[in-house]
Design a protein around this ligand. Sequence first.
Ligand code: AMP
Length: 110
Amino acid sequence: MEDCIFCKIANKEIPAKLVYEGENVVGFRDINPQAPTHILVIPKKHYASLNELDDVSLMGELLNAVREITKKLEIQSYRTVINTGKDAGQEVFHIHIHILAGRDMKWPPG
Ligand code: AMP
């Protein structure tokens, strides 16, 4: 999608620190990390948020990418977050799974 920063990352039109690339999914380091390890996992195809993601197989690929990335980076304990909608803190409207690791996490999240 034009003007979507994560589509541009997926298409290699703008640089990112890629940690994973599959056929339909990429993982890259967050530009403004909120933990020592902060990775974003996205589908290459544009879906604005989880509300629009209707492809169950792709949902599985996204979670499998999380598993492969954390395994490769030898991360045993981590938090995954999907912010959906403005009130939940979503700022980039191309669905992404945050992987946060390397520090203690609080619950409930703010
Ligand atoms: P969210 O608030 O869930 O929409 O998260 C968006 C995330 O994207 C934030 O953590 C940003 O730091 C991150 N972000 C925005 N632009 C980039 C970029 N060009 N490369 C990597 N991460 C980015």
